[in-house]
Write a protein that binds this ligand. Structure first.
Ligand code: IPM
Ligand code: MG
Length: 352
Protein backbone atom coordinates (compact mmCIF):
# COMPACT_ATOMS: atom_id res chain seq x y z
CA UNK A 1 0.00 0.00 0.00
CA UNK A 2 0.96 3.67 -0.37
CA UNK A 3 0.72 6.10 2.54
CA UNK A 4 1.67 9.68 3.07
CA UNK A 5 2.78 10.14 6.67
CA UNK A 6 3.39 13.58 8.16
CA UNK A 7 6.06 13.58 10.85
CA UNK A 8 6.08 16.27 13.52
CA UNK A 9 9.28 15.65 15.49
CA UNK A 10 8.49 18.57 17.83
CA UNK A 11 10.67 19.59 20.76
CA UNK A 12 13.13 18.11 23.24
CA UNK A 13 13.55 14.37 22.74
CA UNK A 14 10.78 14.38 20.09
CA UNK A 15 13.17 14.38 17.08
CA UNK A 16 15.27 11.58 18.63
CA UNK A 17 12.35 9.24 19.20
CA UNK A 18 10.53 9.91 15.91
CA UNK A 19 13.76 9.17 14.00
CA UNK A 20 13.79 5.69 15.60
CA UNK A 21 10.12 5.02 14.81
CA UNK A 22 10.79 5.95 11.17
CA UNK A 23 13.53 3.32 11.02
CA UNK A 24 10.99 0.74 12.17
CA UNK A 25 8.33 1.94 9.72
CA UNK A 26 10.90 1.86 6.91
CA UNK A 27 11.72 -1.76 7.80
CA UNK A 28 8.01 -2.66 7.77
CA UNK A 29 7.59 -0.95 4.39
CA UNK A 30 10.52 -2.82 2.90
CA UNK A 31 9.31 -6.20 4.16
CA UNK A 32 5.72 -5.75 3.02
CA UNK A 33 6.48 -3.87 -0.19
CA UNK A 34 4.64 -0.77 1.04
CA UNK A 35 5.50 2.78 0.05
CA UNK A 36 5.47 5.18 3.01
CA UNK A 37 6.29 8.76 2.12
CA UNK A 38 7.42 10.82 5.13
CA UNK A 39 7.12 14.61 5.20
CA UNK A 40 8.38 16.61 8.17
CA UNK A 41 6.83 19.78 9.58
CA UNK A 42 7.46 21.96 12.61
CA UNK A 43 5.06 21.96 15.54
CA UNK A 44 5.39 23.21 19.08
CA UNK A 45 8.21 25.30 20.51
CA UNK A 46 10.32 24.84 17.38
CA UNK A 47 7.50 26.30 15.27
CA UNK A 48 7.06 29.24 17.66
CA UNK A 49 10.78 29.98 17.32
CA UNK A 50 10.55 29.90 13.52
CA UNK A 51 7.20 31.53 12.81
CA UNK A 52 5.67 32.81 16.03
CA UNK A 53 2.90 30.20 16.21
CA UNK A 54 2.92 26.64 17.53
CA UNK A 55 1.11 25.25 14.48
CA UNK A 56 1.13 27.06 11.14
CA UNK A 57 -1.87 26.79 8.78
CA UNK A 58 0.47 25.07 6.28
CA UNK A 59 1.54 22.41 8.79
CA UNK A 60 -2.10 21.79 9.79
CA UNK A 61 -3.16 21.54 6.13
CA UNK A 62 -0.39 19.01 5.47
CA UNK A 63 -1.59 16.93 8.42
CA UNK A 64 -5.20 17.12 7.24
CA UNK A 65 -4.18 15.93 3.76
CA UNK A 66 -2.08 13.02 5.08
CA UNK A 67 -2.86 9.35 5.73
CA UNK A 68 -1.64 9.73 9.33
CA UNK A 69 0.48 11.95 11.56
CA UNK A 70 3.34 10.79 13.76
CA UNK A 71 4.26 13.21 16.52
CA UNK A 72 7.28 13.16 18.85
CA UNK A 73 6.64 15.53 21.72
CA UNK A 74 5.94 19.20 22.19
CA UNK A 75 6.44 21.49 25.10
CA UNK A 76 8.93 24.07 26.02
CA UNK A 77 9.65 26.27 28.99
CA UNK A 78 6.63 28.51 28.17
CA UNK A 79 4.20 26.37 30.16
CA UNK A 80 6.02 27.37 33.33
CA UNK A 81 5.10 31.00 32.71
CA UNK A 82 1.40 31.57 33.56
CA UNK A 83 1.38 34.87 31.64
CA UNK A 84 2.82 33.51 28.38
CA UNK A 85 0.54 34.34 25.43
CA UNK A 86 1.79 31.65 23.03
CA UNK A 87 2.17 28.11 24.33
CA UNK A 88 3.60 25.20 22.39
CA UNK A 89 0.72 23.13 23.80
CA UNK A 90 -1.67 25.26 21.71
CA UNK A 91 -0.22 23.58 18.65
CA UNK A 92 -1.18 20.18 19.97
CA UNK A 93 -4.70 21.27 20.89
CA UNK A 94 -5.12 22.96 17.49
CA UNK A 95 -3.97 19.81 15.77
CA UNK A 96 -6.37 17.58 17.71
CA UNK A 97 -9.26 19.92 16.93
CA UNK A 98 -8.14 20.46 13.32
CA UNK A 99 -8.02 16.71 12.70
CA UNK A 100 -11.26 16.10 14.66
CA UNK A 101 -9.60 13.25 16.53
CA UNK A 102 -12.14 12.92 19.30
CA UNK A 103 -10.88 9.69 20.83
CA UNK A 104 -7.47 9.25 22.40
CA UNK A 105 -6.55 5.59 22.90
CA UNK A 106 -3.96 4.99 25.60
CA UNK A 107 -3.26 1.30 26.17
CA UNK A 108 -1.48 0.44 29.40
CA UNK A 109 -0.02 -3.04 29.51
CA UNK A 110 2.49 -4.19 32.06
CA UNK A 111 5.28 -6.30 30.62
CA UNK A 112 5.98 -9.13 33.12
CA UNK A 113 9.71 -8.37 32.96
CA UNK A 114 9.11 -4.77 34.04
CA UNK A 115 6.99 -5.29 37.16
CA UNK A 116 9.97 -4.33 39.29
CA UNK A 117 10.30 -0.97 37.52
CA UNK A 118 6.91 0.10 38.84
CA UNK A 119 6.54 1.48 42.37
CA UNK A 120 3.50 -0.79 42.83
CA UNK A 121 3.75 -4.20 44.43
CA UNK A 122 4.41 -6.84 41.72
CA UNK A 123 1.35 -8.93 42.66
CA UNK A 124 -0.92 -5.95 41.91
CA UNK A 125 0.49 -5.69 38.39
CA UNK A 126 -0.20 -9.23 37.23
CA UNK A 127 -2.53 -9.22 34.23
CA UNK A 128 -2.83 -5.44 33.92
CA UNK A 129 -4.09 -4.64 30.42
CA UNK A 130 -6.10 -1.43 30.29
CA UNK A 131 -7.25 0.61 27.33
CA UNK A 132 -8.07 4.16 28.40
CA UNK A 133 -10.15 6.05 25.87
CA UNK A 134 -9.99 9.73 26.61
CA UNK A 135 -12.41 12.14 24.92
CA UNK A 136 -10.07 14.59 23.21
CA UNK A 137 -11.83 17.47 21.48
CA UNK A 138 -14.37 18.60 24.07
CA UNK A 139 -14.79 19.23 27.75
CA UNK A 140 -12.79 21.68 29.82
CA UNK A 141 -10.05 21.97 27.22
CA UNK A 142 -12.27 23.60 24.62
CA UNK A 143 -15.56 24.69 26.26
CA UNK A 144 -16.60 28.34 25.87
CA UNK A 145 -16.55 30.79 27.54
CA UNK A 146 -12.90 30.53 28.44
CA UNK A 147 -10.66 33.40 29.46
CA UNK A 148 -9.84 36.15 31.90
CA UNK A 149 -11.63 39.32 32.88
CA UNK A 150 -12.24 41.57 35.85
CA UNK A 151 -15.47 41.21 37.77
CA UNK A 152 -16.51 43.09 40.92
CA UNK A 153 -12.97 44.45 41.18
CA UNK A 154 -11.36 41.01 41.09
CA UNK A 155 -9.37 39.35 38.35
CA UNK A 156 -11.29 36.27 37.23
CA UNK A 157 -10.51 33.20 35.11
CA UNK A 158 -13.12 30.94 33.51
CA UNK A 159 -13.01 27.49 31.88
CA UNK A 160 -16.17 25.71 30.82
CA UNK A 161 -16.90 21.99 30.99
CA UNK A 162 -19.28 21.54 28.11
CA UNK A 163 -20.40 18.39 26.30
CA UNK A 164 -22.94 17.83 23.56
CA UNK A 165 -24.78 14.51 23.48
CA UNK A 166 -23.21 13.53 20.14
CA UNK A 167 -19.70 14.11 21.50
CA UNK A 168 -20.32 11.70 24.36
CA UNK A 169 -22.14 9.20 22.17
CA UNK A 170 -19.42 8.77 19.54
CA UNK A 171 -16.60 8.22 22.03
CA UNK A 172 -18.56 5.86 24.29
CA UNK A 173 -19.73 3.86 21.26
CA UNK A 174 -16.11 3.53 20.17
CA UNK A 175 -15.26 2.22 23.65
CA UNK A 176 -17.93 -0.45 23.28
CA UNK A 177 -16.70 -1.41 19.79
CA UNK A 178 -13.12 -1.80 21.01
CA UNK A 179 -14.25 -3.72 24.11
CA UNK A 180 -15.71 -6.43 21.85
CA UNK A 181 -12.21 -7.65 20.97
CA UNK A 182 -11.01 -7.47 24.57
CA UNK A 183 -12.45 -8.62 27.91
CA UNK A 184 -15.82 -7.03 27.13
CA UNK A 185 -15.91 -4.67 30.05
CA UNK A 186 -16.32 -0.88 29.86
CA UNK A 187 -15.82 1.42 32.84
CA UNK A 188 -17.29 4.85 32.20
CA UNK A 189 -15.62 7.37 34.49
CA UNK A 190 -17.39 10.59 35.48
CA UNK A 191 -18.23 12.88 38.38
CA UNK A 192 -21.98 12.48 38.16
CA UNK A 193 -22.48 13.27 41.86
CA UNK A 194 -21.44 16.87 41.16
CA UNK A 195 -21.23 17.76 37.47
CA UNK A 196 -24.17 18.23 35.12
CA UNK A 197 -21.98 17.29 32.14
CA UNK A 198 -21.20 14.01 33.89
CA UNK A 199 -24.89 13.31 34.39
CA UNK A 200 -25.43 13.69 30.66
CA UNK A 201 -22.38 11.48 30.07
CA UNK A 202 -23.71 8.77 32.39
CA UNK A 203 -27.20 8.90 30.89
CA UNK A 204 -25.81 8.40 27.36
CA UNK A 205 -23.39 5.68 28.46
CA UNK A 206 -26.24 3.84 30.18
CA UNK A 207 -28.27 3.92 26.94
CA UNK A 208 -25.37 2.55 24.92
CA UNK A 209 -24.84 -0.11 27.58
CA UNK A 210 -28.46 -1.26 27.21
CA UNK A 211 -27.98 -1.57 23.45
CA UNK A 212 -24.88 -3.74 24.00
CA UNK A 213 -25.90 -6.38 26.55
CA UNK A 214 -22.85 -8.51 25.67
CA UNK A 215 -20.55 -5.89 27.21
CA UNK A 216 -20.46 -5.26 30.96
CA UNK A 217 -20.80 -1.57 31.77
CA UNK A 218 -19.67 -0.02 35.04
CA UNK A 219 -19.96 3.62 36.06
CA UNK A 220 -17.26 4.92 38.36
CA UNK A 221 -16.65 8.31 39.89
CA UNK A 222 -13.31 9.76 38.87
CA UNK A 223 -11.96 10.00 42.42
CA UNK A 224 -12.77 6.34 43.01
CA UNK A 225 -11.25 5.43 39.64
CA UNK A 226 -7.99 7.16 40.51
CA UNK A 227 -7.81 5.07 43.68
CA UNK A 228 -8.73 1.78 41.99
CA UNK A 229 -6.11 2.32 39.31
CA UNK A 230 -3.43 1.76 41.91
CA UNK A 231 -5.23 -0.59 44.30
CA UNK A 232 -6.71 -3.00 41.73
CA UNK A 233 -5.49 -2.06 38.25
CA UNK A 234 -6.13 -5.52 36.82
CA UNK A 235 -9.88 -5.08 37.40
CA UNK A 236 -10.08 -2.63 34.47
CA UNK A 237 -10.46 -3.44 30.79
CA UNK A 238 -11.70 -0.46 28.72
CA UNK A 239 -12.02 2.88 30.50
CA UNK A 240 -13.78 5.77 28.77
CA UNK A 241 -13.83 9.28 30.15
CA UNK A 242 -13.93 13.04 29.71
CA UNK A 243 -10.91 14.98 28.41
CA UNK A 244 -9.35 16.32 31.62
CA UNK A 245 -10.19 13.23 33.71
CA UNK A 246 -8.50 11.15 31.00
CA UNK A 247 -5.45 13.40 30.98
CA UNK A 248 -4.95 12.91 34.70
CA UNK A 249 -5.85 9.22 34.88
CA UNK A 250 -3.52 8.26 32.03
CA UNK A 251 -0.49 9.84 33.69
CA UNK A 252 -1.42 7.88 36.79
CA UNK A 253 -1.92 4.67 34.81
CA UNK A 254 1.44 5.11 33.07
CA UNK A 255 3.18 4.47 36.39
CA UNK A 256 1.92 0.89 36.21
CA UNK A 257 3.99 0.20 33.11
CA UNK A 258 7.26 1.05 34.83
CA UNK A 259 8.08 4.04 32.67
CA UNK A 260 6.15 6.63 30.71
CA UNK A 261 8.68 6.00 27.97
CA UNK A 262 6.97 2.69 27.18
CA UNK A 263 3.52 3.95 26.35
CA UNK A 264 2.00 4.85 22.99
CA UNK A 265 -1.19 6.65 22.06
CA UNK A 266 -3.47 6.98 19.09
CA UNK A 267 -5.93 9.80 18.52
CA UNK A 268 -8.60 8.91 16.03
CA UNK A 269 -11.81 10.37 14.66
CA UNK A 270 -14.28 9.42 12.00
CA UNK A 271 -12.00 8.04 9.33
CA UNK A 272 -9.75 11.08 8.79
CA UNK A 273 -6.01 10.95 9.45
CA UNK A 274 -5.13 9.79 12.97
CA UNK A 275 -2.53 11.35 15.23
CA UNK A 276 0.00 9.05 16.90
CA UNK A 277 2.34 10.05 19.70
CA UNK A 278 4.05 8.61 22.76
CA UNK A 279 2.41 9.74 25.97
CA UNK A 280 5.63 11.12 27.45
CA UNK A 281 6.58 14.79 27.10
CA UNK A 282 9.54 16.52 25.50
CA UNK A 283 11.87 15.78 28.48
CA UNK A 284 14.22 18.73 27.85
CA UNK A 285 16.49 17.51 30.67
CA UNK A 286 17.64 14.50 28.62
CA UNK A 287 17.23 15.96 25.11
CA UNK A 288 20.20 15.56 22.79
CA UNK A 289 21.83 12.88 24.93
CA UNK A 290 20.62 9.94 22.86
CA UNK A 291 19.29 8.11 25.90
CA UNK A 292 15.51 8.53 25.54
CA UNK A 293 13.38 5.39 25.36
CA UNK A 294 12.07 5.11 21.76
CA UNK A 295 9.51 2.39 22.60
CA UNK A 296 6.54 4.72 23.24
CA UNK A 297 6.98 6.20 19.76
CA UNK A 298 7.70 2.86 18.09
CA UNK A 299 4.53 1.40 19.62
CA UNK A 300 2.67 4.53 18.48
CA UNK A 301 3.81 3.80 14.93
CA UNK A 302 2.38 0.28 15.36
CA UNK A 303 -0.95 1.85 16.34
CA UNK A 304 -0.66 4.04 13.23
CA UNK A 305 -0.34 0.94 11.05
CA UNK A 306 -3.33 -0.66 12.74
CA UNK A 307 -5.78 2.24 13.00
CA UNK A 308 -4.92 4.47 10.03
CA UNK A 309 -3.34 2.18 7.44
CA UNK A 310 -5.30 -1.02 8.04
CA UNK A 311 -2.15 -3.12 8.60
CA UNK A 312 -2.92 -5.07 11.81
CA UNK A 313 -0.43 -7.88 11.13
CA UNK A 314 2.44 -5.42 10.69
CA UNK A 315 1.35 -3.61 13.87
CA UNK A 316 1.31 -6.87 15.81
CA UNK A 317 4.77 -7.77 14.47
CA UNK A 318 6.22 -4.52 15.87
CA UNK A 319 4.49 -5.03 19.22
CA UNK A 320 5.78 -8.58 19.39
CA UNK A 321 9.34 -7.48 18.57
CA UNK A 322 9.19 -4.84 21.31
CA UNK A 323 7.81 -7.40 23.76
CA UNK A 324 10.65 -9.82 23.06
CA UNK A 325 13.28 -7.09 23.22
CA UNK A 326 12.14 -6.22 26.74
CA UNK A 327 11.86 -9.90 27.68
CA UNK A 328 15.47 -10.35 26.57
CA UNK A 329 16.58 -7.71 29.05
CA UNK A 330 17.28 -4.70 26.81
CA UNK A 331 16.82 -1.53 28.88
CA UNK A 332 17.17 2.20 28.28
CA UNK A 333 18.04 4.52 31.18
CA UNK A 334 14.41 5.11 32.24
CA UNK A 335 14.13 1.34 32.80
CA UNK A 336 17.32 1.20 34.81
CA UNK A 337 19.59 0.18 31.92
CA UNK A 338 22.17 1.93 29.82
CA UNK A 339 21.21 1.16 26.23
CA UNK A 340 21.23 4.30 24.06
CA UNK A 341 18.11 5.21 22.07
CA UNK A 342 19.30 3.94 18.70
CA UNK A 343 20.73 0.71 20.13
CA UNK A 344 17.33 -0.08 21.63
CA UNK A 345 15.86 0.30 18.14
CA UNK A 346 18.62 -1.91 16.69
CA UNK A 347 17.55 -4.63 19.12
CA UNK A 348 13.89 -4.24 18.14
CA UNK A 349 14.76 -4.33 14.42
CA UNK A 350 16.75 -7.52 14.92
CA UNK A 351 13.63 -9.19 16.28
CA UNK A 352 11.17 -7.76 13.77
C1 IPM B 1 -1.27 14.95 27.09
C2 IPM B 1 -0.62 16.24 27.50
C3 IPM B 1 -1.35 17.39 26.83
C4 IPM B 1 -2.79 17.38 27.32
C5 IPM B 1 -0.73 18.76 27.06
C6 IPM B 1 0.71 18.80 26.62
C7 IPM B 1 -1.52 19.86 26.39
O1 IPM B 1 -0.59 16.36 28.87
O2 IPM B 1 -1.32 14.67 25.88
O3 IPM B 1 -1.72 14.22 27.95
O4 IPM B 1 -3.09 17.90 28.40
O5 IPM B 1 -3.63 16.83 26.63
MG1 MG C 1 -1.28 14.63 29.90
Amino acid sequence: MKANIVVLPGDGIGPEVTAEALRVLAAVAKKGNHTFRFTEHLMGGCSIDRSGVALTPEALAACQASSAVLLGAVGGPTCDDPTAKILSEQGLLGLRKGLSVFANLRPVKVHPALVDSSPLRPERLVGVDILVIRELTGGLYFGQPKGRDTKDGHERAVDTLEYYDFEVKRVVELAFRLAKDRKRKVTSVDKANVLESSRLWRQIATGIGKANPDIALDHMLVDTASMRLVTSPSSFDVVVTENLFGDILTDEASVLAGSMGMLPSASIGDGGPGLYEPIHGSAPDIAGKGIANPIGTILSSAMLLRHSLGLPAEAAAIEDAVYRTIADGCRTADLGGSLPTSRMTDEILKRL
